[in-house]
Write a protein that binds this ligand. Structure first.
Ligand code: UGY
Ligand code: MN
Length: 246
């Protein structure tokens, strides 16, 4: 039997590992018949929010984005979505980016549908249009090799345009693949493992992680990772981009 006094979750000054075993549900106005787990937000010291929403049959997410844009990614299940004048049915690996000031509604989910969300306060850039609603899907064939290493592939899920101030990417490591260097950078990350297992190094501490775990990395939190186990290790991650380093 597992000992309930132990967890792999850690919360430190410049990083956190949040494993599902410690989730406590939040209530979010307009998001009904669902459980919402706020995994990352400003209370942690972050400048993004990341949530995992698990919908019951009849669950709905209804609202209008305010200062923050929201990226919704279907981890499991199926759900109908309406954003502005566009209606779609989203299945696992499919996503929608909702810019600021847009009405959205998710409804008629399969019981147990899971949506991962990333939220960031939008910083406009003079001379560049605010991004439009954007739909897409996970596709390894659209993921170029990263830094000449055949074991690593990154798919960028949002257009590479200056109007966007956030990126969301899917990083696939073949087993044994690892980051080519310890990264030390100004950008912040929120991420969730979608598949497999890995060892993550954060600020010189070493953590075993697996599918379902989330990680927050503050700016300049040093980071390195290697995949382990029999299957590819895959995570989806947020990064702030394209703005002047004032
Ligand atoms: O884009 C990135 O900074 C990415 N390579 N970092 C990471 O996966 N921890
Ligand atoms: Mn990084």
């Amino acid at each position: 039997m597992e000992i309930s006094a132990l967890t792999r979750s850690v919360v430190k000054r410049n990083h956190a590992i949040i494993a599902p075993d410690g989730y406590i549900n939040s209530v979010v106005p307009g998001w009904t018949n669902c459980t919402v787990n706020v995994i990352i937000n400003e209370q942690l010291g972050a400048r993004l929010a990341q949530t995992l929403v698990t919908l019951r049959a009849g669950g709905q997410l209804t609202g209008q984005t305010q200062a923050s844009q929201i990226f919704f990614f279907v981890v499991e299940g199926q759900c109908e979505v309406s954003v502005g004048s566009q209606d779609r049915t989203l299945t696992p690996g499919q996503y929608v980016y909702v810019p600021v000031g847009q009405h959205y509604r998710f409804q008629n989910p399969i019981e147990g549908t899971q949506l991962l969300t990333f939220h960031k306060v939008y910083e406009p850039l003079e001379g560049h249009a605010t991004p439009a609603v954007f739909f897409g899907e996970r596709d390894l064939a659209k993921a170029p090799v990263y830094m000449n290493d055949e074991a690593l592939r990154i798919q960028e899920l949002l257009p590479n345009e200056l109007g966007f101030d956030m990126a969301v990417n899917i990083f696939t490591y073949r087993t044994g693949g690892h980051l080519p260097m310890v990264e030390t950078h100004i950008m912040e990350h929120g991420l969730m493992y979608l598949q497999g297992q890995a060892i993550y190094m954060l600020d010189n501490e070493w953590y075993p992680v697996r599918k379902g775990d989330s990680i927050w990395m503050a700016p300049y939190c040093q980071q390195w990772a290697t995949a382990m186990g029999q299957e590819d290790s895959v995570y989806i991650y947020y990064k702030n981009v394209n703005r002047f380093p004032t």
